[in-house]
Structure formats: structure tokens, C-alpha cells
Design a protein around this ligand. Structure first.
Ligand code: XUL
Ligand code: CO
Length: 443
């Protein structure tokens, strides 16, 4: 903080859009022009960017092999609650200067835990009051809140899937409060990421019991949501592994199957994090597309991994191709609201300047904005719609295809059809053609 003001990011002015800016001018948007209308709505409505509190304001630059490398000016005062307040003010200065409209948080990111649940909730309430004031002053909104059910040692064997009902109850108590404070901040969604909801060994695990318990937990959350009048969307964030060897919310299709089985599919949508998707062995865009096609894509933790590493590196998305694939799906479903693009990303441990926080977010926002522009053109041309429809034309244009789609065909009928019509003609999948066309839209 400067000696004369409450400013933490001294010398950094609000980031502006200037497409003419030089390559070296990094504190400027060259693509993200928030009010520019694309396909009938402003860019900020398509993109709904959020800054995440845990990486950007609680990240200290530590890793498994080394001590913290960051030296943040808001982490200096000594007293835990005072630091939490300074940090919150710094965060709102950052959101405002960056020009994002949303933030996301875990309960334990914004306020320190106390010795007892009463003290923990008191700390949280005090910080939430300050957050509300800062929201009022700045107009910044809460995209989603969540509870940290993985860091405290009590959750070492899981939270809602813990073999001990006492731990399950603790997790429920914590989520109850986290939902209430998210509601108080006007949160537009609430996220469940099953941090340790999985197993390390099948030998000591009753997987069926744990999944039944997880469903019971989520049912209680739905009930509580109604009880407190929270109208935000509930979201589940899939991840295949890490920290546990196997996480139950493995990927989008697994989570949708789980929700359907337990009758929860009307109450939840998915928050897809592409870094998690790639850890499940899928392409970056796979889960986004997979759940969108079932009307289940609620929000995106827009980050990326490193293909040569394979763990959850939570890097800023800077690859135009990846962002374009995401935006292609987002445009096709008409947007993400009430979800958004949350930067669940951390600057590298070696990126120790305060400026790096801005540069990272600006770079990722510009990458998505450019992807939006490019994919808007593709959408307007209806290129893929037409080409993909053509591949499936037989289902609309032939009697047998129409019957299959309608669910009225039988095996006997299809057997008779083949006897009469013989071998199908060979049809090229034309993958390269589709890839070349996609690349041309990225030009
Ligand atoms: C962890 C992860 C979380 C969730 C929120 O991999 O992505 O930060 O987004 O708990
Ligand atoms: Co995430």
C-alpha cells in the first residue's frame, strides 16, 4: 500500500481498450471491448469474466518443493482479520482496475477459520459485511461461492463421502453457511467441487455407500437453497483425480449419469474446468461440448494445463484455438448466464511482479475476446451447422432414418431393410476438411 492512500496497485490505471496499442503495451486490451455488440449482445455479457479469490489473492507462489515466492503488499499487517480485510480491499481494487464484473470465492479464502464453528462463522460474517460494502461501492458482483471441504485435516478422508458421519455433518454445517453467505452477496451460482470426494484405495472403500451419501448431501443442499430463498444455479465441477486417486465427479458424462441416477438432474448444472477435462484424458473442449449438448453447461473455470505435465497447473488460457472451441459451444447455446468464465488460474510461481497479475488476466481476456470475434463469424456463416447437418441427413430424409429418430423402428424392420438394400455406400468423414475450415476462421 502506498503511504498516502489506500491504493495497493500503485501506478496501475484502469485497463482500457486500445486496438492500436503497441505490442509492448501490456496493460491494455487489444481485443476485449466490453460494450461492443457481438451477435446482438455486448462482449461482457458473452464472456462474464470472473477473478477467483483463491489463486489470485491467496496464492503465495509456494509449490511442493519450495517456499512462497510472492510478497504481496496486502499480506503484511500481522493480524489475521486485518490482513483479510486489506486483502479484500486490494481484491476489489484489482477487479475494478481490470474491469471484470465478477469474482468467485471459497469461504476459507476470504475469512480465516477460528477455533470453533461459532468463531469461524463470526469471522466470515465480518468479512462478508465488508465485501457487501465494497460490492456496493464498485458494482462488482459475485459469480459464485463455494466451501473449501478439502484443506482442513478433518476432511482427509473426504467430506460428504467421509466414512465418518460426524465429518459428513461438519461438511453440511459448513456448506449451509457458505450457501447463506453466497446468497447474502447476491451470488448468481453456488459450486460444489468434490475436493476429496473419491477414494485412494478400493480395499478400504464402500463406493456405493459413499455415492449414496454424496447424493443425500446434495439433496440437502437443494432443500436448503429453497429454505433460504437462494435462486442461484447449483453447479458441480467435475475432476477425475487429484487430490484423490479417483474423484467420483470424474468428468461431465459421469456427473450427468450420477445426477440422473439420483434424480438430481433438474437441480444442478456443471461447471467445467478444461484443465480437469484434459486430466480425464479428453480434448480440452470435450466436457464443455458434452454437457452443453444436454443443456447442462452452467459455467466454466476457464484455465488450461500444460500438455507435457498432466497435472492441474491452473494456467491462464492463452491459446486461441482452445478458447475458440469453448466460445463455439458457448455461442451455440446462446451464452453462459447465470454462469461465466471464471479464471481459476494462478500466475506462475516465478511471476512475482504485481503487474503479472494484470498481464495474465488481460492476456486471457483478450484471448477469449478474440475467440468470440472469430467464432461469431463462424456462427453467422452457419458453416458447421450446414456441414454437420449434411452428415446426418439420412435421419431426416429417409423413411428408415426418420423411424430410428422417432424411436419407432425395430430390429426386425432394420434387418429386412438391410436384406433389401444391402451394403451402405461409403461416406467420407472429411475430418481434415472440417479442421482446415476451422483454421480459416482463426485467421
Ligand atoms: C480445484 C478447483 C477448485 C474449484 C473450486 O482443482 O478447480 O478451485 O474450482 O473449489
Ligand atoms: Co476450478
Amino acid at each position: 500500500m502506498s503511504a498516502t492512500s489506500n491504493e495497493f496497485f500503485v501506478g496501475i490505471k484502469p485497463i482500457e481498450y486500445n486496438p492500436q496499442a503497441s505490442v509492448d503495451d501490456l496493460l491494455v486490451f487489444k481485443q476485449y471491448n466490453q460494450d461492443e455488440i457481438i451477435l446482438g449482445k455486448p462482449m461482457h455479457e458473452w464472456l462474464r469474466f470472473a477473478v477467483c479469490y483463491w489463486h489470485t489473492f491467496r496464492g503465495i507462489g509456494a509449490d511442493m518443493f519450495g517456499a512462497p515466492t510472492f510478497d504481496r503488499p496486502w499480506d503484511q499487517s500481522g493480524n489475521e482479520m486485518q490482513i483479510a480485510k486489506d486483502r479484500l480491499r486490494a481484491a476489489f481494487e484489482f477487479f475494478t482496475k481490470l474491469g471484470v464484473k465478477y469474482f468467485t470465492f471459497h469461504d476459507r479464502d476470504i475469512a480465516p477459520a477460528g477455533e470453533t464453528i461459532e468463531q469461524t462463522e463470526k469471522n466470515l460474517d465480518e468479512i462478508i459485511q465488508l465485501a457487501k460494502e465494497l460490492q456496493k461501492q464498485t458494482g462488482i458482483k459475485c459469480l459464485w461461492g463455494t466451501a473449501n471441504l478439502f484443506a482442513d485435516p478433518r476432511y482427509m478422508n473426504g467430506a460428504a463421502t467421509n466414512p465418518d458421519a460426524h465429518v459428513f455433518a461438519y461438511a453440511a454445517a459448513q456448506v449451509k453457511k457458505a450457501m447463506e453467505v453466497t446468497h447474502e452477496l447476491g451470488g448468481e451460482n453456488y459450486v460444489f467441487w468434490g475436493g476429496r470426494e473419491g477414494y485412494m484405495s478400493l480395499l478400504n472403500t464402500d463406493v456405493r455407500k459413499e455415492l449414496d451419501h454424496l447424493a443425500a448431501f446434495l439433496r440437502m443442499a437443494v432443500e436448503h437453497k429453497k429454505k433460504i430463498g437462494f435462486t442461484g444455479q447449483l453447479l458441480i465441477e467435475p475432476k477425475p483425480k487429484e487430490p484423490t486417486k479417483h474423484q467420483y465427479d470424474y468428468d461431465a458424462q459421469t456427473v450427468m449419469g450420477f445426477l440422473n441416477y439420483y434424480g438430481l438432474n433438474k437441480d444442478f448444472k456443471l461447471n467445467i474446468e478444461p484443465n480437469h477435462t484434459t486430466m480425464a484424458g479428453h480434448a480440452y473442449e470435450h466436457d464443455v461440448e458434452m454437457c452443453s449438448r444436454y443443456g447442462m453447461l452452467g459455467s466454466i473455470d476457464s484455465n488450461t494445463g500444460d500438455s507435457s505435465l498432466g497435472w492441474d497447473t491452473d494456467q491462464f488460457p492463452m491459446n486461441l484455438r482452445d478458447c475458440a472451441f469453448v466460445m463455439k459451444t458457448v455461442i451455440a447455446q446462446g451464452g453462459l448466464a447465470p454462469g461465466g468464465l471464471n479464471f481459476d488460474c494462478k500466475v506462475r510461481r516465478e511471476s512475482t511482479n504485481l503487474q503479472d497479475m494484470f498481464i495474465a488476466h488481460i492476456g486471457a481476456m483478450d484471448c477469449f475476446a478474440l475467440a468470440l470475434r472469430k467464432m461469431a463469424r463462424l456462427f453467422e456463416d452457419k458453416k458447421y451447422d450446414i456441414l454437420v447437418q449434411q452428415r446426418y441427413a439420412s435421419y431426416n430424409e429417409t423413411d428408415i432414418g426418420k423411424k430410428i429418430e422417432a424411436g419407432t423402428a425395430t430390429f426386425e424392420e432394420l434387418h429386412a431393410f438391410i436384406k433389401k438394400n444391402g451394403e451402405p455406400a461409403k461416406t467420407s468423414g472429411e475430418q481434415e476438411k472440417f479442421e482446415v475450415i476451422f483454421n480459416r476462421y482463426l485467421d
